[in-house]
Design a protein around this ligand. Sequence first.
Ligand code: G6P
Length: 615
Amino acid sequence: MCGIVGYIGHREAYPIIINGLKRLEYRGYDSAGIALYDGSKIQLAKTKGKVVDLEAEVAKGITTKGSLGIGHTRWATHGVPNDVNSHPHYSNSGDLVIIHNGIIENYSSIKKELIKRGYVFHSDTDTEVLVNLIEEIKKKEGVKLGKAVQIALNQVVGAYAIAVFDQKKPNEIVVAKLGSPLAIGVGEDEFFIASDASPFIEFTNNAIYLEDEQMAVIRLGREIRIRKIKSDKRIKPFVQELKLNIEQIEKGGYDHFMLKEIYEQPAVIKDTFRGRLLADQGIIKLGGLEEFIPKFVNADRIIIVACGTSWHAGLVAEYTFEDWARIPVEVEYASEFRYRNPVITEKDVVIAISQSGETADTLAAIKLAKEKGAFVYGICNVVGSTISRETHSGTYTHAGPEIGVASTKAFTTQITVLTMIALKLAHVKGTISRSDYMMHLRELDTIPTHVAKALESNDEIKEIAKVFKDSPNFLYLGRGYNFPVALEGALKLKEISYIHAEGYPAAEMKHGPIALIDEQMPVVVVAINSNHYGKVVSNIEEIKARKGKIIAVVTQGDTAVRELADYVMEVPKTPETLTPLVTTIPLQLLSYHIAVMLNRNVDQPRNLAKSVTVE
Ligand code: G6P
């Protein structure tokens, strides 16, 4: 998981690459590097740390002239994050230079062979092996760079998005893709290369997304040549027009992307509805779903596969699908599902949920489900992402780019889509009454207003954050629809504040976590007005009896929990089935403020990455 950027054209490459890398830091940020062709030779700088550290490194020594270059921001797989392991990597002659996002699994056997042939390695990376393999083939076979890359890639096992150039032929960049994303921005006599379109969006709206097992030779003054890596078949470039704009990927006055994205939720949930939810007319219409409704309603069961926050959205859907549509649901971690020989039949429908649409484990789970004959439906945010292309059909969440590594608006929009699907299926199956269906449609339609209202508690939540910011542990409890919300609340806190937090179903507390409770322990309880209200109140009493500190998420106007709790965070009243969409909001804000007060890097927490393209 790394970010790659490249440029070839008539502009100065350096600022384009540096700004592009900053936009891609969500993909990894433990080291960064750049290689530019200055008109006579390669200028290379790289360092452990972030792109700002790279800028300082560049300022110390290299010239930033030139209109050809490549850059990289890294999330380490092979080799610890340090200066030497950072990309780009040179070949032994110093002529070739490469950047790589992915893993070469058989690098060690190739490395041994190359060492026998006299190659010397300076880093522990698989990438340095690949660039030297390309060099060896180029020399031995006497072929051009593009051909050498192709032959080399046919010898490697693994995943990659690479860009490589030769200082002896500085009018072309060769790129290739398998398993990691690679977009080519097409301008007038200039080309941009990047892991996603964000680095070049202010320069061009035209992009080509390479497919797996494709490579391209990008040469100035010539049409891009794309071919299949295995069969050599030429592919006609398909240039797409992008809808993304620059405002969508900037902070817009907020201190952090995460806060901006939390506040975007009322608007993006509306975007998720747009043209799909016509509450007054009693219509839910999801383009990708219509034709496949029989698959869903006749399915033996629905299996949801996902990772991280997306998995939590899947857990919420388990409640709605079973409750309304009466279809059995299993929610699986994609990473477990793919390796445990699961029972899947042609009568199963698999729903894959992924913000990025690139998560390696989710992708592998999809491939497995397809092999077993299941119908696979995708719920992705990133348009054109690998998962959205690998699934039989699907629905986009339309949350817009999510840059903060901790997922917020992606989660609520995923739940929104899943809720619409569940309601639609229940309506078609007749497992929900007309009045209940209409009521839920209208309530769903008002969710953006309720989310906006929940955001108004921000200042009070900030005060609560002040009180608890130094607590070493947190417990999060919820029941029913709000059990997944408790898990998500705990995950958010862990991810960005590095405070240990556990999410638990409230009733399970008695089977273990209750032993942790003492006067030091903050317990965040989702205690909204619901079927479980009385039971949750009892759970709160049990915590109070052991002197735990209660921070409760309550329904506006609540009195009973307010009396018991040390602090409350209010959310507007909604039907229980829709509560996760509002109860999540205060938990996002609480973790955000705690992380800010602890001086954490909110948008780029340590060791994490937004898009996990390795297993
Ligand atoms: C990473 C991210 C999480 C995300 C998970 C799944 O761990 O940091 O925020 O929930 O991957 O990602 P996906 O893109 O598949 O939803």
